[in-house]
Design a protein. Structure first.
Lengths: 499, 98
């Protein structure tokens, strides 16, 4: 339950400037772990992916995964960082059962990537977020807390550990303090994390599923009175596990800190925990002494010294940034700014791109994903990429329309059947007899019948009242059970009447 | 170097080792001797000798990203002092909050 006073956001902004900082952990999608050959696959049987190295057994020696180093360098290059010519791993010592070694192998004062920046877009404006560093480390095991309320560590009787995740490669990306955001700070933070997610996906280095923990975010914020250049005392909020939460947690912390400062109090430097349900933060366990991890260089690993040739080679594999890619695709596809914004917000960009790649017209691809398939995904409560229809299938449906085999109405029906697992669109059209009737005699008979049944309408169309033809088209469409193109019917009616 | 008892108490706390006051005094003296011995190295190191953290002058010792068989859960858990639900069971992590 929330016990802290909060101040109105706009009032805080009138008196203070927020300064934010973000630490994002990205779990790499390498096949094996950072320092041993155990699998990294998600959701395996507990403790089925461990070995003497990741269990920290005496005498076991780690060996660095080359693919993880390559991914780290590619991430650094994508974030416009300098790449260290020589760097080491370090031991971060702490006692906690999620690491059997009693230390985490990480990097300390020699990160592999440092001094970068990224440009993120928000409301047609571009903000530069400065990057302090991106370093390599390993993930910890997963704890289950037993005997307390709702699985929390507080009040738990004991805990259960699964070490499958221990040793999975992680990249920690840390920003410098981000100043000058003003009231948009929480939104910029969200846009930045979204940028990282899209960039990691484009690089292909991580699954970046926030709900599965393969992208995790700690959000720092402090306030300082306008005009003051020194930084205020910051708090670090953990458990921020969705883009929406990044924005909300920061907004909440700003309002909480504002209330403290406005009443003459001092913000305590501490770790806070975000509560998704109640939308507030609470203080973490208070520590009597400052953290002291006694970092020292890892004696079991030799330094990493990427050659300029290797870095140059990796540099050729960096895709355009999400910001640049969107601009490029928007131009290529001829979308309006509003259409592109909706597509990005609707998580349809990759799907549309894949659909266009199989030969579909971009506007048609946008239409299917943003209307019919978004509606179906919403009805199922799943994300668009889980709707059960692939970009190739959407492309095939549109091809059937372009070939005149089906019309829009039938296409929607076909998509429903594809979703239900009836097979490919072409096969469904064949199996269910959905092809538009091209049999002229059958169609001509339907037109003749419609004209005979509606002599008045036929007369007024003949007299030049073209819009009246709608009634006739409707009658023919009904007769043909919709399996005919409306334009074809219109032409045939006109042709028949002017004969 | 002259480590104080407070320095040693802090180290003991970080290392989760219980130490009595008498032991603190003894250990402070012993650790001093060790630190002095290590510090003696800096007297022979000249400016042209780069600091090193490893005995071997190697870099970039990597392995390919290939999965090899892990221990079975049974093998892994055979070493656990306590097991529950195929997981390592550990005592309460946080003391009760005041």
């Amino acid at each position: 339950m929330n016990v802290d006073a909060v101040m109105d956001y706009d009032e805080v902004m009138a008196a203070y400037e927020p300064v934010i900082g973000l630490e994002v952990h990205v779990e790499l999608n390498t096949a094996s772990k950072m320092f041993c050959s155990c699998s990294t696959s998600f959701g395996a049987e507990p403790n089925s992916q461990t070995c003497p190295v990741c269990l920290g057994l005496p005498g076991a020696l780690p060996v660095v995964n080359a693919a993880a180093v390559a991914s780290a360098i590619r991430i650094g290059l994508a974030l416009n960082c300098s790449i260290a010519t020589w760097c080491r791993f370090a031991r971060k010592n702490y006692f906690y059962p999620d690491m059997t070694k009693n230390f985490q192998t990480s990097q300390y004062d020699e990160p592999i990537c440092f001094d970068g920046h990224v440009e993120v877009e928000l409301d047609d404006m571009v903000f530069t977020v400065p990057i302090e560093r991106a370093h390599m480390e390993e993930d910890a095991g997963k704890s289950l807390h037993v005997g307390g309320a709702t699985g929390r560590i507080q009040g738990a009787d004991h805990s259960l550990l699964d070490y499958n995740r221990a040793g999975v490669p992680l990249i920690e990306i840390v920003t410098k303090p981000v100043t000058g955001c003003g009231a948009k700070a929480p939104e910029i933070a969200r846009a930045y994390v979204g940028f990282l997610r899209d960039m990691m996906r484009a690089l292909g280095v991580s699954d970046v599923r926030m709900e599965q923990g393969s992208l995790r975010c700690d959000a720092n914020v402090s306030l300082r009175p306008h005009g003051v250049t020194t930084l205020g005392t910051r708090t670090e909020t953990k458990n921020v596990n969705s883009l929406r939460s990044v924005e909300r947690a920061l907004r909440y912390e700003i309002c909480r800190q504002g209330a403290i400062l406005a009443s003459g109090g001092k913000v305590k430097q501490e770790t806070r925990h975000w509560h998704e349900d109640g939308e507030y933060t609470s203080a973490g366990r208070s520590k009597e002494q400052a953290e002291d991890y006694r970092y020292f260089p890892e004696p079991d690993l030799v330094p990493v010294a990427p050659s300029p040739e290797w870095v140059a080679e990796l540099a050729t594999t960096i895709p355009p940034s999400p910001t640049a890619r969107r601009a490029q695709l928007r131009q290529q596809w001829g979308f309006s700014a509003a259409e592109m914004r909706d597509v990005v917000a609707g998580e349809a960009l990759d799907l549309i791109e894949a659909t266009v790649e199989v030969g579909c017209d971009p506007q048609a691809a946008r239409k299917w994903w943003m209307t019919e398939l978004t509606r179906r995904a919403n009805a199922l409560g799943v994300s668009l990429d889980q709707v059960g229809v692939t970009p190739a299938q959407v492309g095939e449906v549109q091809a059937l329309i372009d070939e005149g085999v089906i019309n829009d109405k039938v296409a929607r029906h076909v998509l429903g059947l594809v979703q239900a697992g009836d097979g490919s669109p072409r096969r469904i059209v064949a199996d269910h007899g959905l092809a538009v009737v091209n049999d002229q005699s059958q169609l001509q008979a339907a037109v003749d019948q419609a004209l005979a049944e509606n002599p008045d309408v036929a007369e007024s169309v003949r007299a030049g009242k073209v819009q009246a033809a709608g009634v006739l088209i409707g009658a023919v469409m009904r007769q043909m059970k919709g399996q005919v193109d409306a334009q074809t019917v219109r032409r045939l009616i006109e042709a028949t009447l002017t004969d | 170097m002259a480590l104080t008892n407070a320095d040693v108490a802090r180290l003991a706390d970080l290392a989760r080792i219980e130490v009595t006051n008498d032991e603190l005094t003894v250990l402070a003296g012993q650790l001093d001797v060790i630190l002095d011995a290590v510090a003696a190295v800096s007297q022979v190191a000249s400016a042209d000798v780069a600091p090193t953290s490893h005995a071997l002058a190697l870099t970039n010792v990597f392995r390919d990203d290939v999965v090899e068989p892990s221990l079975t859960p049974r093998e892994a858990l055979a070493m656990a002092p306590a097991v529950e639900d195929e997981r390592f069971r550990v005592p309460r992590i946080l003391e009760e909050e005041a």
